[in-house]
Design a protein. Sequence first.
Length: 129
Amino acid sequence: MTFRNETTTATTATKRRNRVRTALMAGAVLALPVAGLVTANAASAAPATVWDKVAQCEATGNWAVNSGNGFYGGLQFTSSTWAAFGGTAYAPQAHQATKAQQITIGEKVLAAQGPGAWPVCSVKAGLTK
């Protein structure tokens, strides 16, 4: 739409400027959630000593435990949770992964589900999101 006091050149420049603004805003809207996830994961990292306390409570501190009840490793992951959060990139089951690998997946679970993923032991260990 062109008003009486505008020229076609001015209208074209305005349209171009508006397209650039729209593209920049769309990029910002898409980038912000990703930036938030990156900082949220880094900020939520619990110290290894806290994860040791969770493992002590969950699995008597045995990071390689397969107790036969469908929960594996020091943080007692189910097979489905282990797979859903990328654990199978490290090992088929949590008890076959290293302590550091289990903690990496534990951080992802903590970020997504909060400390309630370990309802009793998170409280005892002082694990917070």
